[in-house]
Structures are given as structure tokens and as C-alpha cells.
Design a protein around this ligand. Sequence first.
Ligand SMILES: Nc1ncnc2c1ncn2[C@@H]1O[C@H](COP(=O)(O)OP(=O)(O)O)[C@@H](O)[C@H]1O
Ligand SMILES: O=P(O)(O)OC[C@H]1O[C@](O)(COP(=O)(O)O)[C@@H](O)[C@@H]1O
Length: 308
Amino acid sequence: MVYTVTLNPAIDYIVSPAKFSAGEINRYQKAVYGPGGKGANVSLLLSSLGVRNRALGICAGFSGGEIVRLLEERGCETDFVRMPQGHSRINVKVCAPDGEETDLNGDGPDTPPEAVEELLQKLDGLGEGDTLVLAGSIPRSVPGDIYAAMLRRLEGRGVLAVVDATGEALRCVLPCRPFLVKPNSDELGELFGVEIPDVGTAKEYAKLLVREGARNVVVSMGDKGALLVGETGQSLFCRAVRGEAVSTVGAGDSLVAGFLYGYGLHGTLQGALQWGVAAGAATAFSKGIASGDAVKALYPRAGNPSPI
Ligand SMILES: Nc1ncnc2c1ncn2[C@@H]1O[C@H](COP(=O)(O)OP(=O)(O)O)[C@@H](O)[C@H]1O
Ligand SMILES: O=P(O)(O)OC[C@H]1O[C@](O)(COP(=O)(O)O)[C@@H](O)[C@@H]1O
């Protein structure tokens, strides 16, 4: 069974004004909104692909209730810790007519240690055959090494760990030997204080994450595609599917969901990467997270990942 954890879920509110200039009134006609936050997005797409999973996390207030309701409405099993104070964030995504996207992502509500402890206890039942996806930002009030603490708590239980995090939260999980980490190229660059202009540079720095403990690293590179570097020295690149991007919000989370779906289907990193790239594109080509059917329809257009 796959479990996703979203410490900082959100309602994603996506608007596409006819013009967008900072400092001015920008009017839009219709908004698309849905449950968001990285783990929640992974759960949404896995459910739509028919992979049984449970979305865990911490939420608060009216928006937290709505996030859970929307997830369940779309077929997800949920088990969120609900906090009595504050409210989960509403992240506004502005898609400008020139294709540029602006994200306004909140900090999230104050999250006391008791809420975190309640969540940790929910993880105690995981064991052999389970996959745990830890994804997204950590609210300020929660210790920055919480993902590493979760993985240490599960050590020796045979749980496959996937981490989509940034900065120190990512770095400190590496000694726990996660099965997969998925920075995008900007996040990988930030970790080392460098720019990642091309696949060759991405490979060089992904290898360093493997040396620090990651078993596999997927570097997502937007409309270029995605690179995988594995602990066996294997590196594969899969070019992005060509098409017109509508909104790339959730493309990275979709890549993670597609990767897990493909890994379950084929049992190979190559198959996993190809499904991941198809899923990322399917979401980039739609507003909001793509449906499982859209991912399956796009899969034949995703090229075979090849050694690089
Ligand atoms: N414009 C696009 N066209 C085709 N595929 C895309 C596009 N943007 C993203 N993708 C696919 O989705 C994956 C994840 O997107 P990316 O933007 O790198 O992740 P994140 O959302 O984490 O920044 C990419 O590796 C790519 O395969
Ligand atoms: O937790 P963070 O890093 O603030 O990110 C949250 C945002 O990222 C998303 O999960 C989308 O992530 P990706 O575009 O990286 O896949 C949104 O749903 C959400 O608003």
C-alpha cells in the first residue's frame, strides 16, 4: 500500500487572467481549484490510476476540511490529523497569457508537536511492501528534519521511501537511504549553490546525492524531461513529451505518482521513468492534476528512457 504524507496541504486556486501585471487590478473569469500540496497530488493521481493509497497529513480549519472532502470526492482514502486552530493554506497560482506562472504558496498554519506526534503514530503500522511518500514543504513550526525523523522511525521495516523536498529537509534524509528523491533542476542547483543549465550538469550533481545516500535520484527538468541516476551507476534520460503546456502546477507530483505506477507495473526504473514523464506531461497539458486516463493516453508518446 502507498501512503503519502502532506504536512502542509493546500487548496490550489488556479486563475488565468487575460492580462497580468503586478501592482494593478487583474481580473479573471473562471478559477479552477482543487486539493493540493505535494503528497495530496501524488495520492490524487495514484487513485485515478487505480493504485490504492492513503493520503495522510495535517490540516486545519475550513480549508483543511475542504481539502479532505475534495480528496475523498475524487476517490482518495484519507487519514489527516485535524487541528482545531488556524486554517490550511490556499495557494494561488496565476497563469499569465504569455505562459508564465506565478505561485503564491503560504507558510501553513501553526502546527504544534502534538499534531506531529499524532501523525507519527499513524506511520507505526507501516511495514514490508509499503511505500511512503514524504512530499512538500514543512510548516515553519515543525522541525526541519521531520522527514528524516520519520524515516529513522521506520528503519529496518522494509518500507520504500520516496522524498520530494528541498534544502536541508532533503539533505538530511539522504543518510536514511531513501529509494527515491525527486528534486527539480532548480532545487538540485540550490542544494549545491550552482546553476543546472543542462542534463550533463544535472547528472554530475545527482551523483553527489547518490553518494550521500539516495538509492535513486530523479531530476525533473520541466519541458526538457527527466534524468534518473541510480545507485548502481545507471543513468537514464527521458525526453519530455512535446505539447502545449496549460499549467505545470503539480507536474512534479504527477511525475512521482507516474513513476510509482510504472515501477509497480514493470518493476524497472526505465518503465517507471517513462510513466513518470508521461504523467508529468499529462498534468502540464491540463489545468490541475491530470486524470489516470489522460496519463495512459499520453504514455505511448513518451519516448523510451535511454542511457546518458
Ligand atoms: N511544458 C512541459 N511539457 C512537457 N512535459 C512537461 C512540461 N513541464 C513539465 N513536464 C513533465 O513533468 C515533469 C515534472 O515537471 P517539473 O516542472 O520539472 O517538476 P516540478 O513541478 O517539481 O518543478 C518533467 O520532468 C516533465 O517530464
Ligand atoms: O509545499 P510546497 O513546496 O509549498 O508546494 C505546494 C504546492 O506545490 C504543489 O504541490 C505543486 O507541486 P509541483 O508543481 O512541484 O508538482 C501544489 O499543489 C502546491 O500548491
